[in-house]
Design a protein around this ligand. Structure first.
Ligand code: KG4
Ligand code: ZN
Length: 349
């Protein structure tokens, strides 16, 4: 059955809208992103070194009608429904999107469906950038998913497209958050992940041995992460060595050594779960999945394990509305309870 929907995402600092077409059957779906627009607020939040919730709300409010106008009425009249992220995320930012979705839902007389941002990331591997309806039935189950974003770090075990369990998560900072905080210590701009990756290319990853927290632990933290100690280790290293953050060589070595500590921790725990669950595929998603060093390391491990490796292309790693649309369709097909249309900042997977 064919469905066409308008998806909206405003949980953090990207105002995003996408027109998504879904086809096929429950266990063999195909998707096509007909149109996708992302209006990034990075330049606005950059001067504050991170996302300011009320500024995000103001920008979403300004951007939503501008983006909406780019979709044209003929297309909007064909919609089956509208999908909107209801959580997790920043409360004022989420409300702005929810209120807007309700308003246009009323105007267009279309049903509004709530979507979970984390399910969006989880399903981003089922979205392709092609202009054809495409199926990702090459993802075999059980599948291990490493979800690494600015707000979350999770290991998820999927037994089917519709059934999963969160096996591990971070006890403190998320991987992306650690990248952003360390970048700030090194006086690099926000968001820190891409900046660290860039300068790490010129550094020596073996120069400084930063800790790999919770690696090789058994018991309840076997699959959990903790990045706050690693971030503090970078802070103390800078302080104890009395080194200046304007020393470029030093910055590159810290960036490379820090990145290597994060990548090793993420990859080793993911591989362990793949082994123990006899996974047939390994997937990654979320903003940090954009990191080439992490992608290559996990891809290499998947090859050794002889299992499929999947990671989203380009814009599908970071926040976007296409993944929100796809996750809303999956939720409807799953017959799970629909999410209520109110901001849920701490919604989990
Ligand atoms: O998924 P996302 O766009 O937003 C959240 O849902 O949080 O992820 C944003 C995070 C930021 O912390 C950013 O620094 C990180 O993803 N990130 C990266 C890279 N590109 C983005 N981290 C490491 N390496 C990258 N290349
Ligand atoms: Zn996200």
């Amino acid at each position: 059955m064919n469905k066409i929907l308008l998806a909206i995402e405003t949980s953090c600092d990207e105002t995003a809208m996408a027109l998504v077409e879904a086809s096929g059957i429950k266990n063999n779906p195909s998707f096509k992103v007909v149109k996708n627009i992302i209006s990034s607020q990075i330049e606005i939040h950059k001067k504050f070194g991170g996302v300011v919730p009320n500024l995000a709300k103001r920008e979403h409010k300004k951007n939503l009608p501008i983006l909406f106008k780019k979709f044209g009425w003929q297309v909007l009249n064909k919609l089956d429904f509208i999908a909107i992220t209801v959580g997790p995320g920043l409360d004022p930012a989420l409300w702005t999107g929810i209120d807007f979705a309700k308003e246009i839902g009323k105007k267009l007389k279309k049903k509004v469906v709530g979507a979970n941002h984390l399910e969006g990331h989880l399903y981003s591997n089922w979205v392709t950038q092609n202009s054809k309806l495409e199926t990702r039935n090459s993802i075999k189950f059980p599948a291990v998913v490493l979800l690494v974003s600015g707000g979350h770090t999770m290991l998820v075990l999927m037994s089917s497209i519709y059934k999963w369990r969160v096996i591990g998560e971070t006890l403190d900072d998320a991987a992306g958050e650690a990248f952003d905080k360390v970048a700030r210590m090194l006086k690099l701009p926000y968001p820190g992940g891409p900046e660290i990756e860039k300068i790490a290319k010129k550094g020596d990853q073996n120069k400084i041995k930063f800790p790999r927290p919770l690696l090789n632990t058994s018991g309840e933290n076997k699959y959990n992460f903790s990045f706050s100690g690693l971030k503090t280790a970078v802070f103390y290293y800078l302080r104890d060595q009395k080194l200046k953050t304007n020393n470029y060589k030093l910055k590159t070595n810290i960036a490379a050594s820090f990145q290597s500590a994060i990548v090793e921790t993420l990859v080793k725990k993911t591989v362990l779960l793949c082994r123990e669950s006899s996974a047939k595929s390994v997937l990654m998603c979320g903003g940090v999945a954009q990191n080439r060093v992490l992608r290559k390391a996990l891809q290499k491990s998947a090859k050794l394990l002889k299992i499929g490796f999947f990671a989203p292309d380009g814009y599908l790693n970071t926040d976007n509305a296409a993944m929100i649309g796809v996750s809303a369709i999956f939720r409807i097909w799953s017959k799970k309870k629909l999410l209520s249309l109110r901001s849920q900042p701490h919604l989990g997977l």
